[in-house]
Write a protein that binds this ligand. Sequence first.
Ligand SMILES: [Zn+2]
Length: 148
Amino acid sequence: MKLIRCKECNDVVRLVHIEWRKCDCGESGGQYNDDLLSATVGGNCEVIGIRNDFFEKSREDRVSEHIDSIIQGEYNGDLQINRIESSNGPKLKMEIKKLGDNVKITFIDDRKYSMNLAGNKMPRTIEIPYNDTPSFKDISIRNKLKNL
Ligand SMILES: [Zn+2]
């Protein structure tokens, strides 16, 4: 589960795939990309996270298994966080192709973007793991269930 913390207003916002979300002051924003693993973020924010299995565990197990802490959501060599300048989005345009256990992403956006990489910070294509267990439930599925 990816979250952004705005360095201006300290608001913490959970990223989702269905909409671009912004912090309270508007200086930071972000959204999951269509591969449901990587995300586009913009503005003056840091990315933090909660392990996806956190909510599957009891409070006691979270402590005993040492998964009860916020984790760094962006690190050197990270291909999952794609930064743009604007806090208003939208998420980067890309073509996504599944290749076995991975997805190949080709950026087709005209805007500048960057990743926390040594050397070329703006690769045109990247390969990241395929995410078959996203951290969010599909709202449309949830709404359908609600209406049953
Ligand atoms: Zn803010």
